[in-house]
Ligand binder design. Sequence first.
Ligand SMILES: Cc1ncc(COP(=O)(O)O)c(C=O)c1O
Length: 414
Amino acid sequence: MAISGGQKPAQRPARAQWLDSGNSITQQFMAIGGRADIVSLAGGLPAAELYPVEAIARASERALARWGSVALEYGSVEGLPALRAAIAERISASAGRRFGPENVLLTTGAMQGLDLLGKALIDPGDLIVNQFPTYLGALDAWRPRQPRYERLDWSGEGPGFEAGLRQAKFVYAVPNYSNPTGVLVSQARRAALLDKVLEAGTWLVEDDPYLPLQLDGAAGPSILALHGERHPTGAYDGPVIYLGTLSKSLVPGLRVGWVVAEAGMIATLALAKQSTDISSSMFTQAVALELIESGFEAEHIPRIVAAYRERRDALCAAAAQHLSEWFSWEVPPGGMFVWMRAKSAEIDTNALYACALEEKVAFVPSSVFDPDGRLTDAMRVNFTRSSPEVITEGVRRLERAVQRYLASKAGRAA
Ligand SMILES: Cc1ncc(COP(=O)(O)O)c(C=O)c1O
């Protein structure tokens, strides 16, 4: 049937409702990171000039020679068996007990692990007890599932903490150099949380992408390892669902991550993954296997750690000179970020962000790490992506941004 000339086109169906509360913040920060005129201290990105391009080229050749068409196929949903075994071995070496390939699901980055957890575990209204402030990507991944959140109280003494844990689908924590705060959670607090999780009979999602970036001293055992030490034999049946990745220690572009958990949970997540991407890239998994087997990380990680330490120190020194009137922070012992908190409630980092862009510098305002968006007195500043000189210039621009922001506030008040 022909549509008559004046007739309006039919209204097409609307997108799903959860997207109305979604946002494109991550995309915006990625786009800003690509702009030459802006010093971006926003993204959670490694130093691109330290990416081991040649080592990856050689590993790719070896992977193709070894695996041929297998590396170019759809693979099994759980991942390349030899890489599953290698990750199981790596985790076993650090976790005080044996994990087998049946305890490992290879994922398209740790981000997919978070997404699969949402898909497999969260029904609308379910409670997640989350380390606060929380990694933005986790909040993004779980938003379509419409969970409720309660803050994880590491002291374990908050009102209703234990009742909250008993109702929670899972606890979400980033104990090593958290994104966004850079905090390293003490061993005593990890052990206490594990006790409470075991008592409550819930799951504990331990997200550990920053483990390799230990800038001052060692991180100490993961919560997975603390549990493993208590239960060193038999099939793993603990509550910890552990997420790892090669994104921060090697390159994010391989998109190789993993989930380690009891075998039943791995099967559940594999079921969720099947309808997400059939399998992760066999090719990048085969490349990752070559890199791991050749021991390449042992030479690469010290190189990036030394560079990141210098960059963190450059950021903190510049901030001491240019920002300490308005912000305070603790020097993070690892990871990628310094969490700067405004000394006065007068500073709202959402509004400051607009002034920062005018001064051609970017950071991440704290509100995006709060499920309710109410945390507006802090900012996450990255130190790994840019050289010490660029970081220092970025901090000078931040100083001008704060001055511009306070002047405009004073102007409005007058
Ligand atoms: C806490 C946390 N979890 C997961 C991820 C995602 O990592 P991947 O690149 O492996 O998907 C990130 C990346 O920034 C992160 O900070």
